[in-house]
Design a protein around this ligand. Structure first.
Ligand SMILES: Cc1cc2nc3c(=O)[nH]c(=O)nc-3n(C[C@H](O)[C@H](O)[C@H](O)COP(=O)(O)OP(=O)(O)OC[C@H]3O[C@@H](n4cnc5c(N)ncnc54)[C@H](O)[C@@H]3O)c2cc1C
Length: 552
């Protein structure tokens, strides 16, 4: 099997390289923030290493609402420049990764006693269109009550006063991280999962110059040295800061957000809906394939980022709001097919509620030189990365003098996003299907693979043909597993079924009968002994149960 350096099978070599090299930059954390920094720094000619304690994207970056926001909510807080900024970022992301960033029509019903009136919504969405640079075809339309009901007949007619129709963009958050990480690796970064930073290393002047890292696969330690160290550990930020020195100044405050998944049959909405909950917060219901996901909650979480549970009150809160607006759906806790829970790494402000804390990012520089970046959104990851690497370049004057001509991340197609000019993922997919001659793989599957892996779907098809498999549902998934082991650093069954494909959340029932066999395949590919095979299976089974277990 041909493989890239971004494969668990290359680990030994990578670890050796990590222990022997002094890098320009070491990044701690393999979420979207860390991935973005690794890519930006690599593009500027810096020698970068990145370590992630679990799997890439296993923190907040796979547990979001999966929207590339245009920044509508910032309008309410009168943060006009922020709306403009995230609107621009959204446009760039769509340009650079059209396979994983898709326009999502969104209905905003205006309801009796809701937080938004007709005039305010119309002005708000209009200003938003202008500030966010929304394309003419996607500009807002205001709807009467009757038009709103026609658009979404399941809405509660006794509540609906009218509606606004506009566009958000949907993504697959974990895949976005993987594609950014793959791009960083392509540009020379060494990025490794299951490698936890455990102790900061300092030179004789007390300046940070690396981290002692635990390789969780071989259970050995390695010292990684670098001129600059960036802490992008998201909700674990303060923990990593304290490995360097007791953190002073601002601290993180974590806020928990839960999403639930139900069958689309249960709530057959025709587009995404952004609606009021009884407590005045706003909730999304978003269709995805045959499912619909609903979220999110926003409550303080004081138990640390490793202890996350969905509680019954979270489910009740989401169902109460959804059933009030869609009374005929009668959704109960038994209809929940899966769920996920994440924590927002927000910056603490005295006296503010979870929903009121700013989502802006901030950089803290410790006296010993550790640079920590916190807060922010998935949507604005590129700007956060740019800001961080600009700071590094300013600190290290000799890097500035290198005067490298580097491509900006503004126009850099992310992994799988290098479609030809004016070629949409749909056109690419149709071409791939027709190239097969006697098609082994249906048009529908090719489109699904292009939406997941972009232009790299052609490599997946090549691997499928090389494996000479019959075209069964199982074999198609098996080929994906082979691809993800060879090119996407899959080390466990959970990596594949949760972060690379999202199947645990959106196809939970369908994978019940195959996950054991997939684990066997993985054991052969990664040459596991019985203990490792069992550990991978048990870990996944725990996740499989947890996503429908709700605690009191
Ligand atoms: C419920 C919810 C909904 C959201 N919805 C949206 C949305 O729709 N759109 C949007 O733009 N934003 C959204 N966000 C915000 C967005 O998800 C986060 O801002 C973003 O994912 C944070 O990424 P990160 O890389 O900073 O953190 P993380 O993704 O948590 O990454 C940090 C990583 O650091 C690793 N790490 C920690 N300690 C160590 C160590 N010692 N050694 C090595 N690695 C370590 C962790 O394991 C983790 O993987 C949402 C957030 C939540 C919680």
């Amino acid at each position: 099997m041909q493989r890239s350096v971004f494969s668990c099978l290359e680990r030994e070599k990578l670890i050796k390289h990590l222990s022997k090299t002094t890098f320009d930059v070491l990044v701690i954390g393999g979420g979207i923030t860390g991935a973005g920094i690794a890519l930006d720094a690599s593009l500027r000619g810096l020698n970068v290493a990145l370590v992630e304690q679990y799997d890439f994207a296993s923190g907040t970056s796979s547990r979001s609402t999966k929207l590339i926001h245009g920044g509508l909510r910032y309008l309410k807080q009168l943060e006009f420049s922020l709306v403009h900024q995230v609107g621009t970022e959204r446009r760039l992301l769509f340009q650079n990764a059209p396979h994983i960033v898709k326009a999502e029509p969104m209905l905003l019903p205006i309801i009796k006693g809701g937080s938004l009136g007709k005039i305010a919504t119309s002005i708000g969405l209009g200003v938003y269109d202008f500030l966010a640079g929304v394309h003419f075809s996607e500009r807002r339309k205001m709807l009467s009550a009757a038009e709103t009901m026609k658009q979404e007949p399941m809405l509660n007619p006794s509540l609906v006063l009218g509606g606004g129709f506009y566009y958000e963009y949907r993504t697959d958050d974990a895949r976005l991280v993987i594609e950014v990480m793959k791009s960083a690796v392509k540009e020379g970064a060494v990025c490794i999962n299951y490698a936890a930073a455990v102790e900061a290393l300092h030179d004789s002047n007390g300046k940070i110059n690396g981290f002692k890292v635990l390789d969780k696969i071989s259970n050995t330690h390695v010292n990684i040295r670098a001129k600059k160290v960036v802490n992008a550990a998201g909700p674990w930020l303060d923990q990593v800061r304290s490995m360097d020195a007791p953190p002073s100044g601002k601290r993180l405050k974590l806020s928990k957000g839960v999403h639930i998944v139900i069958a689309l049959d249960k709530l057959p909405i025709k587009q995404a809906v952004y609606f009021d909950s009884p407590d005045g917060r706003m909730i999304f219901a978003i269709p995805r394939d045959q499912s619909c996901y609903i979220g999110t909650t926003d409550t303080f979480h004081d138990d640390g980022p490793d202890k996350l549970n969905t509680e019954k009150v979270d489910i009740e809160y989401l169902l109460l709001a959804t059933n009030r607006l869609f009374p005929d759906a009668k959704i109960s806790a038994d209809d929940v097919l899966s769920s996920w829970v994440g924590v927002r790494p927000l910056i603490y402000q005295e006296g503010k509620k979870a929903g009121e804390l700013s989502r802006k990012d901030e950089i803290f520089v410790a006296p010993g030189g550790l640079i920590s970046i916190a807060g922010g959104k998935l949507t604005a990851y590129r700007l956060m990365a740019k800001k961080t690497v600009d700071l590094l370049m300013n600190q290290e004057k000799s890097w500035k003098l290198r005067k490298q001509i580097f491509p900006s991340t503004r126009n850099y197609p992310l992994g799988g996003g290098n479609f030809e000019k004016n070629q949409s993922p749909e056109i690419f997919s149709a071409l791939l299907t027709s190239k097969q001659g006697q098609p082994l793989i249906s048009e529908w599957i090719v489109q699904k693979w292009v939406d997941r892996y972009g232009t790299n779907a052609s490599e997946l098809i090549r691997m499928f043909c090389e494996l000479a498999l019959e075209s069964s549902e199982y074999n198609l998934i098996k080929a994906e597993l082979y691809y993800c082991v060879a090119h996407e650093a899959v080390c466990t069954l959970s990596d594949f079924l949760i972060r690379r494909t999202g199947m645990l959340y959106f196809e939970r029932e369908a994978i019940a009968s195959i996950y054991n066999a997939l684990n066997e395949e993985l054991a052969i590919l990664l040459q596991w002994n019985e203990a490792k095979k069992l550990a991978s299976l048990r870990e996944f089974e725990k996740e499989y149960e947890e996503c429908i277990r709700f605690r009191h």
